[in-house]
Design a protein around this ligand. Structure first.
Ligand code: SF4
Length: 382
């Protein structure tokens, strides 16, 4: 951790590389990252080496700015899968400024930011959480006497890339919803000279942010993006195409109330307002909380929180999507006993396949850890 934050945490930096248990967990984490990034098991040692190098030598500087936000992405990130996950990435980067996490306050906090920017000019990974108000010269969000807009302008020359984490930073989110009283916009609308990567979601899945950082550390470049600047490894597929309830959709089996027979049977939630057919994200495969669950599995329709202008386009949340001609959803939803089950065989298996790949990568990582342990010389007796 950087100077501004290290007083808050007590994680030891040596554990990941030396301690046997931590080492195994570290390699398993590398395996999970390989699966997330769509890489083969053969990349596990390479990911491990890249993280080790970063931990020991060249920890990239991260400056995390919060503007019109609820800190939900910070909450999500600090509650990532297990301590070893957050530990692995947070030790490989230097989190030099983060208003919510850092112990320093006031002028000392601002000094920490300036110090990090000056020390890593052109190389700082700037994470932004929250939207940026532009109305009335941006007066609706000020930090240390400067507006969010001024802070972005100040930081931009020092940045390598901006990572807009969460839908507010990516697309303006809730603050931008009609009538948008503060003139809120996303990072991509104000940053002019540096690349912007969008990781939308309310909140964004913390593993996706970690995957992005790991990709940069391993390949020394940013991942491929879609037209909305979202990494393809996480936003390349529709939720509808990877959802475990998809066979019910194709069979015309829908829950019509949250407590009806269909809901209890795990039927499709489309007629309760599910926005999965219009939403691109990795939720159905990756899930949350150690891959335990995600909203649709828990019985709640997807509200499309990672899509642009979702508050305006997708509310009321519990009303069925209007006809979506591009996807033919309405037509399919009304075709009882449809014939598309074969089409979705891959979709319904998405999580199972993902989990299988993760378990396989973890087993490979355990083998690697065992081999490393066997190759180590025994400690001298006495
Ligand atoms: S409409 Fe929603 S619940 Fe139904 S299959 Fe699509 S994503 Fe899953």
């Amino acid at each position: 951790m950087g100077d501004g934050i290290q007083t808050l945490h007590t994680w030891e930096r040596s554990g990941l590389l030396d301690d046997a248990w931590s080492r195994r967990e570290f390699l398993k984490f590398c395996g999970r990252m390989a699966v997330l990034l769509g890489l083969s098991d053969a990349f596990i040692p390479r990911i491990a080496r890249a993280l080790e190098t970063a931990i020991q030598n060249r920890r990239p500087s991260i400056v995390w700015l919060e503007f019109q936000d609820c800190a939900g992405n910070t909450e999500s990130f600090t509650r990532a899968d297990s301590p070893s996950v957050a530990q692995a990435v947070l030790e490989a980067v230097s989190l030099d400024y983060h208003e919510t996490l850092m112990a320093a306050a006031g002028h000392r906090a601002e000094e920490a930011r300036h110090k990090a920017l000056e020390a890593h000019r052109g190389q700082v990974i700037v994470v932004v959480e929250g939207s940026i108000p532009t109305k009335d010269d941006g007066i609706y969000c000020t930090i240390g006497g400067k507006t969010a807009l001024q802070i972005i302008r100040e930081v931009e020359p020092y940045a390598l890339v901006f990572v807009a984490v969460g839908t507010c930073a990516a697309f303006g989110g809730l603050p931008k919803a009609n009538p948008n009283p503060t003139g809120a916009v996303g990072v991509e609308d104000v940053v002019r000279t540096k690349p912007v990567i969008n990781l939308p979601g309310c909140p964004a899945n913390p593993d996706v942010l970690m995957g992005l950082l790991v990709h940069y550390l391993v390949f020394n470049r940013l991942p491929d993006l879609d037209a909305q600047r979202r990494p393809l490894f996480a936003f390349g597929k529709r939720i509808h195409d990877t959802c475990e309830r998809r066979p019910h959709f194709d069979a015309g089996q829908f829950a019509l109330a949250f407590d009806d027979y269909g809901a209890r049977q795990g039927y499709c939630l489309y007629k309760l307002g599910c926005k999965g057919p219009e939403t691109y994200n990795i939720c159905a495969s990756l899930r949350w909380n150690m891959q335990a669950s995600w909203p649709v599995k828990a019985g709640h329709p997807c509200i499309g929180c990672s899509e642009r202008d979702f508050w305006d386009r997708f509310t009321p949340f519990y009303e069925r999507l209007p006809e979506v001609r591009a996807f033919g959803v309405e037509q399919r939803a009304d075709r009882l006993g449809g014939t598309l089950v074969g089409v979705t065989a891959v979709g319904v298996l998405a999580h199972a396949l993902y989990t299988w790949a993760v378990r396989r990568a973890e087993r490979k990582a355990e083998e690697l850890a065992k081999k490393e342990g066997e190759a180590k010389p025994n400690p001298p007796e006495g």
